[in-house]
Write a protein that binds this ligand. Structure first.
Ligand code: PAF
Length: 281
């Protein structure tokens, strides 16, 4: 595996592969890699001739300075993990390499970015779109891989690719869970042992609610999930929205859409966790 730190170094290497007609796949990450990321990388390796993984903690998607500073950085371990799953290239650029000039672009993803994570993290999705479009421009992949755990992010990336008319296939990959059901996340590392045990109640409530759609209304299922999780004093639901999987807008009845997903954000102590479940897929 090769590690590149500059756009020029990476571009030159990729140009050679492109001339040979090789298919390039791309997985953007912010590092602190876990098995969830590795599942994307393995899929990318299997489906392409060249797999590029970026490790870059993108400042423009953080609306909170301490959150940016506290974000785990484990580049050496990340590079080893990437090597172990046969990744071809790790791209580990500096902020200056990614943003030689400040990126002033303002995207409009309404109404996708006006719900759920949107209002609580102003500017977040704009920053994600800035960095991902910049990486797409550098890497020019045929396929790019994103986890379904960040369900809203995935919808927004698909919308961005449509708006910018990029010839890139966006591949969504299923959530990877611990045996307990807890969705893998870099943030899980910040949970104490007791909190981690408690956090399992989030996915448990989501799983349990799936069969309820036969007998309960959308409103009833939504309230049941929120109340069930909030029963635990360590857990605090920020929102639980049951939405059309494509438009991300609330559904009122189960018959409103063919594809329905429940998206949740819960504070477990100080740690903000997200998860989702598909009611109709
Ligand atoms: O999902 C993430 O880790 C980030 O939002 C991404 C897509 C790598 C952009 O920085």
């Amino acid at each position: 595996m090769k590690v590149y730190k500059t756009v020029l170094g990476l571009s030159n290497a990729l140009e050679k592969y492109r001339k040979e007609g090789k298919k390039i796949g791309f997985v953007p990450t912010m590092g602190a890699l876990h098995n969830g990321h590795l599942s994307l990388v393995k899929k990318c390796v299997a489906e392409n001739d060249v797999c590029v993984v970026s490790i870059f903690v993108n400042p423009t998607q953080f609306n909170n300075k301490t959150d940016l500073e506290k974000y785990p950085r484990t580049v050496d371990a990340d590079v080893k993990l990437l090597q172990s799953v046969n990744c071809t290239i790790a791209f580990v650029p500096s902020v200056k390499q990614v943003y030689p000039k400040p990126d002033k672009r303002q995207f409009n993803f309404a109404p996708l970015d006006q719900v759920m994570e949107g209002p609580s993290r102003p500017g977040h999705f704009n920053g994600v779109a800035q960095v991902v479009s910049r990486f797409f421009d550098i890497v020019k992949p045929q396929k790019a891989y994103f986890g379904e755990k960040d369900f809203q992010q995935l919808a927004i990336i698909r919308e961005m690719v449509k708006q910018l008319k990029l010839p890139i296939e966006i591949v969504g990959c299923p959530i990877v869970r611990e045996e307990s059901g807890l969705a893998l996340s870099s943030r899980n590392a910040r949970l104490s042992a007791a909190e981690k045990k408690t956090a399992v109640k989030i996915s448990k409530a989501l799983f349990e609610s799936v069969d309820m759609i036969q007998t309960k209304s959308v409103e009833e299922v939504k309230n049941w999930v929120i109340n069930k999780i909030n029963e635990d004093p360590i857990l605090n639901v920020e929102y639980y929205e049951i939405v059309d999987s494509l438009t991300l807008q609330n559904v009122k009845k189960w018959s409103d859409s063919k594809y329905i997903t429940g998206c949740i954000t819960v504070y477990c102590g100080e740690v903000r966790l997200i998860d989702n479940i598909q009611y109709k897929k």
